[in-house]
Ligand binder design. Structure first.
Ligand code: FAD
Length: 381
């Protein structure tokens, strides 16, 4: 446990850790092979307060702030990556966008249910033609009386097959660029909304992902998040916090891989001594431990800044970039240290290696994090 954390967060860390070890880790194989997360697992995570951990109590959250959220997410990473992915898509992205943009009527209508997983959310920004360059999305919204008519498509939307509520970003005026983008909350039963089949993925088994199609989908004006044209700003601010959560998850995943690698390095004997006595193995462990320590400090620093109300766009991008690239290296060395066993499905290391690949892609690729960081460095003061 981390003695530098305030006492309530140390307690949170301990209780999430035991919950994950006792109730989630034993379900790992079932989730991986069935490629679905049983409802009782979602309910158990909700019962632990994990869907609302970082949200204010006024909107139905647990009030632990972003630092508390990151502390919990790091522990959650000891189980299948897909478990946190459901939370990340539902409240980390969908719920956060509603919370950031408002108005209060939408916060009151949706957040209490999302933060207790009574309803599951999804965040629809990416499109077939607009991934990294999401500001050029093509889904259109046009005003029609007291509603908007939305047409277009979204791609790779986490939770879409199981979601009850979607945040959807559409443009009112493509000529206005990202300033034409507006955000909406859309309920699953809305006529004109079609959800595609669950995508088959390399990893993250259990987490569902699909395309969304909008055919003259009529969304009441009261379902608009924020004002006309504010949608892209809301999307980016949401992603700042999403990236922070992803970085915390990457730290936890790397930590667990390191622990398994240390254990194996002590137990596996080759050339008459434990492989951990060979310097090549020691260096992989030392590099992993050093990177994890640095990444964790970055996560805690960025989260604390967010809790103090600072804009953390650049810091969140740096933290996500550093922590997720680190996880890629640690996952690779964990497979290497485990040798042939690391490549076998029999051991969870193989799953963690596949799961680790996505962190550098979604919520902005590593290249896009560098674009964000450099833009901050080069911006006029
Ligand atoms: C499993 C999964 C879940 C997802 N969940 C969601 C979700 O819930 N909601 C949502 O909205 N989206 C979601 N996404 C989409 C995800 O955010 C995008 O895949 C990601 O942003 C990259 O976009 P792209 O796939 O279109 O790649 P592209 O934008 O086509 O990028 C391809 C390559 O070009 C590089 N590149 C692009 N532009 C530049 C540049 N300016 N400089 C340097 N390199 C560049 C990229 O870094 C990348 O290497 C998900 C994706 C996956 C795979």
């Amino acid at each position: 446990m981390d003695p530098t954390l305030p006492e309530d967060l140390q307690l949170l860390q301990r209780s999430v850790r035991s919950f994950v070890e006792e109730q989630l880790v034993p379900r790992a194989e079932e989730i991986e092979t069935s490629d679905r997360i049983p409802r009782d697992v979602i309910d158990a995570m909700a019962g632990m307060g994990l869907f609302g951990i970082g949200f204010r109590e006024e909107v139905g959250g647990q009030g632990f702030g972003k630092l508390g959220y990151c502390v919990a997410v790091e522990q959650l990473a000891r189980a299948n990556a897909s478990l946190w992915n459901v939370i990340g898509g539902s409240t980390g992205l969908c719920g956060t966008a509603i919370d950031i943009g408002g108005p209060d009527e939408l916060r009151t209508r949706y957040l209490p249910d999302l933060l207790t997983a009574k309803r599951i959310g999804a965040y629809g920004l990416s499109e077939p033609g607009a991934g990294s360059d999401a500001g050029r999305l093509k889904t259109t919204a046009r005003r029609d009386g007291d509603a908007y008519l939305i047409d277009g498509a979204k791609t790779f939307i986490t939770n879409a097959p199981i979601a009850d509520v979607f945040t959807v970003f559409a443009t009112l005026d493509r000529g206005a660029g990202s300033k034409g983008i507006t955000a909406f909350v859309v309920e699953r039963e809305t006529p004109g909304l079609e959800v595609g089949p669950n995508d088959e993925k390399m990893g993250l088994h259990g987490s569902t992902t699909a395309q969304l199609y909008f055919h003259e989908m009529r969304v009441p004006a009261a379902q608009r998040i924020g004002a006309d044209g504010e949608g892209f700003k809301i999307a980016l601010r949401t992603l700042d916090l999403g990236r922070l959560g992803l970085a915390a998850h990457a730290v936890g995943a790397a930590q667990r891989l390191l622990e398994a690698s240390i254990e194996h390095a002590k137990a596996r004997v080759q050339f008459g001594k434990p492989i951990g006595a060979h310097q090549a193995i020691q260096w992989m462990l030392a590099d992993a431990a050093t990177g994890i320590h640095a990444a964790r400090l970055m996560v805690h620093d960025t989260a604390s800044r967010a809790d103090r109300g600072e804009r953390v766009t650049d810091r969140a991008a740096m933290t996500k970039l550093f922590a997720t690239e680190l996880l890629g290296r640690v996952a690779d060395s964990a497979v290497q240290i485990h040798g042939g066993m690391g490549y076998m499905r029999e051991l969870w290391i193989e799953r963690a290696y596949r799961d680790a690949r996505i962190y550098r892609i979604y919520e902005g690729t590593s290249e896009i994090q560098r674009v964000v960081i450099a833009a901050g460095l080069l911006a006029d003061a």
